[in-house]
Design a protein around this ligand. Structure first.
Ligand code: SAH
Length: 219
């Protein structure tokens, strides 16, 4: 695959190759997902003080009490989302650092991403523009409401955990659409994959996970 991000962050390519090998050992198989992660400079998505640790398989602080998701979970969620075929329109809840957004933007046609913390959203928008990812639309809003204006979405990916499945997100899924979402409170969260079938929904529990909570309201 020719990367849309070719030429940037090449200094860390070898470090990223090691990260990819580790992801494969953990069971990630989707080559397009692995390629996107190989080509994306994760170090520009974390604070400078943590840049040297950007390719460890760990979550790291991004300010505002939030964290960039660990590479394994980004890979796993993206793989689950895309497993049944390519997607055109994907809604992401919890833009955060934009790392997951950048991976998605290389694999689908258009990404709609919603973030509740305004300064975080602004910083991420500049960052993704700087690396020339143009197929991303941003909204500062409470993601529990989804983004009705562009619904339905054939994929929805949620990167903060609600205690219960948000009704608006279920409603904004296209028929046959897929949502990957961590659900539960701090003690116990499970990654779920929901498919909209006609009529109703089908949910699979994938694995236990630890995410920051989906908070209500905007700041
Ligand atoms: N995918 C991001 C994950 C960041 S952590 C990354 O890898 O960097 C979760 C993000 O969800 C945070 O940025 C947090 O501010 C945001 N968030 C939490 N509750 C939200 C809500 N109700 N609506 C939108 N974003 C929310």
């Amino acid at each position: 695959m020719i990367s849309r991000l070719e030429g940037i962050g090449m200094t860390s390519r070898r470090t990223r190759e090691r990260m990819i090998k580790r992801l494969q050992e953990l069971g990630i198989q989707n080559q397009a997902v692995l390629d996107a992660m190989l080509n994306t400079p994760r170090h520009i998505f974390v604070e400078d003080a943590f840049a040297s640790r950007a390719y460890e398989d760990t979550a790291l602080p991004i300010g505002f009490n939030q964290t960039i998701s660990q590479p394994y979970i980004v890979a796993r969620m993206t793989e689950l989302l895309l497993e049944r075929g390519p997607l055109k329109k994907v809604l992401e809840i919890g833009t955060g650092s934009g790392y997951q957004t950048a991976i998605l933007a290389q694999l689908v046609k258009l990404v709609y991403t919603v973030e509740r913390v305004y300064p975080l959203q602004q910083r991420t928008r500049r960052r993704l523009q700087a690396i020339k990812l143009r197929n991303v639309r941003y909204k500062h809003s409470d993601g529990v409401l989804g983004w009705q204006e562009y619904a339905p979405y054939d994929g929805i990916l949620v990167t903060a955990a609600p205690a219960e499945m948000p009704q608006a997100l279920l409603e904004q899924m296209a028929r046959g659409g897929v949502m990957v979402i961590p659900v539960g409170d701090n003690g116990q969260q499970a990654l779920q994959r929901v498919t909209r079938i006609d009529p109703g929904y089908e949910a699979e529990i994938v694995e236990p996970v630890v995410f920051v909570p989906l908070l209500s309201g905007i700041v």
